[in-house]
Design a protein around this ligand. Sequence first.
Ligand SMILES: C[S@@+](CC[C@H](N)C(=O)[O-])C[C@H]1O[C@@H](n2cnc3c(N)ncnc32)[C@H](O)[C@@H]1O
Length: 285
Amino acid sequence: MSEPALWGLRRKLLDALDKVGLARPAVGAYELALAAKANLAERRSSAAAGLPVPPARLRAQVGPAHADAAFFLRTGRTQADLIRSLVREGGSSVEDLEAILDFGCGCGRVLRHWGELPRTRVFGCDIDPRMVQWCDANLPFAVVSVNDLAPPLPYADSAFDLVYAFSVFTHLSVQLQHAWMRDCLRVLRPDGWLLMSTLGEHYLSLKRLTESEEQAFRRGEVVVLYQHSAGSSLCSAYHPPDYVRERLGADFELVTFRPAADEGRHDLHLFRKPAMSRAGTEQSL
Ligand SMILES: C[S@@+](CC[C@H](N)C(=O)[O-])C[C@H]1O[C@@H](n2cnc3c(N)ncnc32)[C@H](O)[C@@H]1O
């Protein structure tokens, strides 16, 4: 069966389960099954060298494909390299940044790759305490905190040179997305970078949306499925790139847009906080 056909079936099932309040438990059970399968496979393979690998249960929650430890490690490394090259293209280097934040860090897929930065202070945050506990116990170079589903973050204004959010705005309601953009602006220093990923045209080509949802996307609207489960993997948001640039990123300068750029085929948007932005400067004066 093709991926769009499979997705169509999955969607019908989730919609039916959602009507009786069972969609979230069903997604949880699916993630547990993926984790059990991965645990069996890992018992047969040798442990990864270097930092500990998070348990399959946490990896599966970050995304079904990440139940596979090798995929989790490889894509995390690729994303970290991508961040490096984007910052380099912007005329700086990650080594020169004073503080960076992985917003919605999960179990440290990308965060784990900053352990060798000589002087940059590395932070992560997530709404899921189990993710944060794992990072806190296993990634000693990072300061990791739990935050609430809605802003603010537990950081001072202008605290970071770079905030990145992979697959986080893809799981938020429209209202939360806008609120979090404002808070990211606040915690960034003027000229600071914001890198975020969204689901765009590539996911439409997989027939993830119904006809009417696809029409809304084509009209330039962000489409959010299961908004009531914002923050969980059940909720998924699909963003027309123009919406991200013109509406979500209205208070930022867009530096680079890369459609379907990473291995998960997410669109990547690199923004910069304007040098003259007042956000995040008033209270800190
Ligand atoms: C798909 S996972 C991605 C994790 C990580 N960024 C990565 O790429 O491996 C989404 C993560 O965002 C977290 N999350 C969702 N809403 C959040 C919010 N409002 N603030 C912080 N983290 C959030 C979830 O708990 C989850 O760990």
